[in-house]
Design a protein around this ligand. Structure first.
Ligand code: SF4
Length: 426
């Protein structure tokens, strides 16, 4: 029988918990990477799994809730948005979770939210939440899903109210809520926020942000030393940035990039021929897609996702009020609909920035079928890229959470046709 089917049955029957299964999938990815560097989230899942035995509280989190405060308070954030990324790699399991949510909770959510809720409905998570905190994104599906998650998580909860409008009044409004957030965490942990512990986490967060930016800057070099992993890093940064483990992962990427630049080595076996801007709404399907583009077309992905080139630093880490303001600003600007559903100006700036700064000559847009926001700005985006740079964008519909929607083969076939007939004009 298919290994994935067996694994799905084991998880569904409760013989394996969801958190253990996700850890296994992540570890297996490392085994198959055959010398290629791929961001690896095993250490994050390990931290979540052993949280209670290490005397920590587990806080389920949706959206960009400041991880520095959570780690400083001996809490481990279980980042609910990150969970489907691994679960969906088993199409049997993910389609069952989607079906359960449709039957029992709400058929109108996007599939990303359905997988999150389905895993909570199953009641076999393998980790018991001590609290739930959300910083909602402005998306009908996500906002509806948060209330269902709150009900299923069955732990004390705190919800930020994040305005859509980005201005100083909105920032003031979030800062007012920040005090209540600190009070909530202090109640959950039964201790006061210790500035020294927070200062330590802020330093780690700054170091991670600096490494992330340095890695992304190195991809400007020709040949580009490594495919972008920004989408994966973005998710991990939200959950794991203020930790030593995250620093080690980013340090490793930086070292590989530097040594490849020194020797002129490219991840494209026959040399770099194209530089790709790969736009998507959290692409977790086809983990080898970037490797395949490098081998087949000499096309290296200089940037994927949107706007993940850098993170805001804590410029005055000794100034407590300023650090809190940065955390609030990150929530205001980070609580945005996924991928191309974000603000139009931001998307154009991000795409233009990558094409200009990274000399991208190929543009691919893999939109998510289940996302209500994904398609709103697509025409503006692709027309603008063509008018400004003369680059025709491949538009292809996939689903960011359901691998049954399009197979890896279908995705590669569409990309092949585009590369052969539009880019290489064979
Ligand atoms: S922005 Fe799109 S993908 Fe994200 S939660 Fe909303 S509908 Fe789902």
């Amino acid at each position: 029988m298919d290994k994935m089917k067996i694994a799905a049955d084991l998880v569904r029957s409760g013989e394996i918990t969801y958190i253990d299964y996700v850890s296994e999938i992540s570890a297996a990815e490392m085994d198959i990477s055959e010398g290629r560097f791929r961001p690896w989230d095993v250490s994050y899942w390990k931290t979540v799994r052993r949280a209670h035995s290490d005397g920590k509280k587990v806080v389920f989190v949706s959206g960009p809730v400041p991880p520095e405060v959570l780690y400083a308070m001996d809490c481990i954030p279980f980042y609910v948005d990150f969970f489907p990324s691994r679960l969906l790699q088993n199409a049997y399991l993910s389609s069952w979770l989607i079906g359960e949510t449709e039957k029992k909770v709400n058929p109108d959510l996007c599939r990303l939210n359905k997988i999150q809720i389905g895993s909570l409905l199953a009641g076999n998570m393998g980790v018991i939440p001590d609290a739930y905190i959300s910083a909602p994104i402005p998306c009908d599906s996500a906002r509806t899903a948060y209330f269902s998650m709150e009900r299923l998580i069955k732990a004390p909860s705190f919800h930020f109210d994040i305005p859509i409008c980005r201005n100083s009044r909105s920032l003031d409004y979030i800062e007012v809520q920040f005090g209540a957030f600190i009070n909530f965490i202090e109640r959950i942990t039964d201790k006061k926020l210790d500035w020294e512990s927070l200062r330590y986490r802020i330093d780690l967060s700054n170091k991670s942000a600096e490494l992330l930016e340095r890695c992304s800057l190195l991809r400007k070099v020709r040949p580009c030393p490594m495919s972008s992993h920004m989408n994966i890093w973005n998710e991990l940064m939200n959950a794991f940035a203020p930790t030593e483990e995250m620093l080690s992962l980013l340090q490793k990427e930086l070292e590989i990039c530097r040594s490849r630049i020194e020797t002129g080595e490219s991840p494209c076996p026959d040399g770099e021929k194209h530089r790709l801007l790969l736009m998507h709404n959290m692409l977790w399907q086809g983990l080898d897609l970037m490797d395949w583009l490098e081998s087949e077309y000499g096309a290296v992905t200089v940037m994927d996702g949107y706007s993940f080139r850098k993170r805001e630093f804590f410029d005055h880490p000794d100034d407590r009020a300023d650090c809190f303001k940065i955390m609030c600003r990150r929530m205001l600007y980070g609580s945005t609909a996924h991928g191309a559903g974000a603000f139009g100006d931001d998307i154009l700036d991000a795409a233009y920035g990558v094409i200009n700064d990274y000399s991208a000559d190929v543009s691919i847009f893999l939109g998510s079928s289940g996302c209500r926001h994904e398609w709103a700005s697509l025409k503006m985006l692709t027309d603008s890229i063509f008018d400004k740079f003369g680059i025709p964008t491949l538009i292809f519909v996939i689903d960011n959470a359901d691998m049954n929607y399009k197979s890896d083969g279908e995705i590669k076939s569409a990309i092949s046709q585009y590369m052969d007939t539009v880019i290489n004009k064979n």
